[in-house]
Design a protein around this ligand. Structure first.
Ligand code: KG4
Length: 344
């Protein structure tokens, strides 16, 4: 069963050909990072225009390489929400045209559900019920997943998202965009100079100048907040004598990882038996992946994280999520919006 997926919710233009919701046959992706870098963040209008330019090329590439004809595709999947509205519209219209050409149903997918479904691309079935930890440039939240399209939000962020906090930190530190990988690299380089091996970062915990985020958060609460630590970073950045930028990156990242881990621990206290699916661009972070793994081993629960390549936005995960619906006989483009508890 072949599916075409389309992703354009933010600054990645992606098309993918996926077999049975799991096997990626092609996934050309155009990243707009260079386009937005001078502005330190995504400029919505530039994003829409770049999607418009690239979608035809990427779709053509797949169609030609795989000699696809009408009838070859079982369904077309497209991200419909949430995201930049202009960018989403470009992806939606492209996917609609593709669905017409292939005479296949068009299935609309929630972007956050697609992130979680990315574990399917490693041939791992998305378990239900489960806890879903989503950390991207625009979202930081924990969900209880009941079934496809039916979720309960256990808690989210009061202000920034985790990825946003890392992007802004990199801007404050003059590193560039996107911030997550740059902060991670600077932190790793600094740890090396201190002779700290990966996994042993907490041994210098007492030196961390950043306050623990939401220190007295009750055990039964799940809530993220990153704005306070960002303000602290701004202060330390201009302090005298000037602080080593890489050490700031290291301790800043440590606090963010700690905050995320503490929130997941709270969720596991509430639902001790549930497996955890963790996804979104921030899960590309090795330090975070290690700490979450450590927690889940301690709690004796399964932890599923997509391959690094499928953590950030891509179209294969969109096809993987839509397959969950298609396999249940749901082929309407609005089918997964109507359940009582969607992601919104
Ligand atoms: O999921 P994603 O590709 O796009 C959104 O839907 O937002 O996530 C992008 C976010 C950015 O904030 C980026 O800085 C962050 O993921 N990110 C990382 C890493 N790679 C990307 N954060 C931490 N460490 C990384 N290695």
């Amino acid at each position: 069963m072949l599916a075409l997926g389309f992703e354009s919710s933010c600054d990645e233009t992606g098309v993918a050909l996926v077999e049975d919701g799991r096997r990626v046959l092609a996934a050309p992706l155009f990243s707009q990072i260079a386009l937005h870098r001078p502005y330190g963040g995504v400029v919505p209008e530039y994003a829409s225009r770049a999607h418009l330019e690239k979608f035809t090329l990427l779709t053509q590439e797949i169609l030609v390489q795989h000699s696809l004809r009408p009838g070859d595709i079982s369904f077309v999947a497209v991200t419909t929400r949430p995201g930049l509205v202009g960018a989403l519209l470009v992806g939606y219209q492209t996917a609609r045209a593709a669905a017409r050409f292939f005479r296949a149903p068009l299935i609309g997918v929630h972007h956050l559900e697609a992130h979680l479904a990315a574990v399917r691309l490693s041939n791992i079935e998305l378990p239900y019920p489960a806890l879903g930890l989503l950390l991207s440039g625009g979202n930081s939240a924990i969900y209880r997943l009941e079934q496809p399209g039916c979720v309960e939000k256990l808690g989210d962020t009061l202000d920034d998202a985790a990825g946003e906090a890392l992007d802004k930190a990199a801007q404050i530190l003059g590193m560039g965009y996107p911030g997550g990988p740059l902060v991670e690299e600077a932190a790793r380089a600094w740890a090396e100079t201190r002779g700290i091996t990966p996994g042993d970062e907490t041994q210098i915990e007492s030196e961390n100048i950043f306050p623990i985020i939401m220190h007295s958060l009750p055990r039964d609460k799940i809530s993220f907040s990153f704005s306070g630590i960002k303000t602290a970073l701004m202060r330390y950045r201009t302090s005298t004598p000037p602080a080593d930028i890489r050490s700031l990156a290291f301790f800043y990242q440590e606090r963010i990882v700690e905050h995320i881990t503490r929130n997941l621990r709270h969720a596991l206290d509430l639902f001790p038996q549930l497996p955890v699916v963790a996804a979104g661009g921030v899960l590309a972070n090795e330090r975070l992946r290690r700490e979450l793994t450590r927690l889940c081993v301690e709690k004796n629960v399964q932890l599923l994280i997509p391959e690094r390549a499928y953590c950030t936005d891509n179209a294969a995960m969109v096809a993987a999520a839509a397959h969950l619906y298609f396999a249940r006989g749901i082929t309407s483009q609005y089918a997964n919006v109507t359940s009582a508890n969607t992601f919104i």
